[in-house]
Design a protein around this ligand. Sequence first.
Ligand code: XIL
Length: 344
Amino acid sequence: MNPSKRLGRRRASVLGLAAVVSLVTPGIANGADRAPDAPRASTLGAQAAQSGRYFGTAVAAGRLGDGQYTGILDREFNQVTPENEMKWDATERNRGQFTFGSADQIVNRATARGQKVRGHTLVWHSQLPDWVKAIRDANTLRSVMNNHINTVAGRYKGRIHSWDVVNEAFADGGSGQMRSSVFRDVLGTGFIEEAFRTARSADPSAKLCYNDYSIEDWNSAKTQGVYRMVRDFKARGVPIDCVGLQSHFGAGGPPGSFQTTLSSFAALGVDVQITELDIAQAPANGYANTVRACLNVARCTGITVWGIRDSDSWRSGENPLLFDRGGNKKQAYRSALTTMGGTP
Ligand code: XIL
């Protein structure tokens, strides 16, 4: 689907939260769990590492020739997520023909520098080739899905910190149910469980995550739907290790219940991560509130922003990131860093 359409839909729900955001009660302490005598780091990744977390960014293979971009990338971030390069339309555009050039470029570069890699993403209704969408036979789709997971996750076996096994499977709005997609419509809701089981066998050392947007507000039906699924998976032994909250926020930043959402998922026995953070107009307090919520939850293991400079963003018109178009640090950057206990 057209990303601007997606964002428009999403923004409607984000704006609805603006009123709630004014009620945000700041959590305690900046970098509360930082050892008292730890030195204050001056970069995001180094500071996050002091509490055992990572601070990462989405990376686009096409920008790796830009020295300003890679300079910031390697200075500030210790985790990367390929922005588009591992998606189905990039890796298996035609059935059974796999292409990994751009994904390899990102993984090899990151691995050489000790940056963790988040695999993104194995099963998603969007950026999905038409040939997959056209499948109507369940046995065919099951074998196509499992072959895709085995081939992509298998290629990077042992090199991926966490995989977004299934992305955005839940519907917006008040239903709390899974959205219509070729996977749900042809295979039934059990496709998610099957994808996780296949991913576990393809790469047993990767953490396996469910990732979605608009699941940051504990009071929303979509959040509750995902929560029920994760609770059910844990109860039945379906191999799930983590939940990714995309966190594409409007100018109000995270909803007031964000930390409650993180801690509630964590209490089910999974890690949580903030996986695609960007905030319209990059308000310093919105970034501080987001980072603080993660620091206050022991099982919130990392934060990833969805791009480096505003010019790199899929929402570039909203200047939602930590670095401006000239690669300069913004107020939001200083806010994120100091909230973790670092010093610019
Ligand atoms: C976006 C990319 O940033 C764009 O470059 C692309 O055109 C569309 O997808 N949720 C996700 C990400 O899980 O993969 C999306 O990334 C943003 C929303």
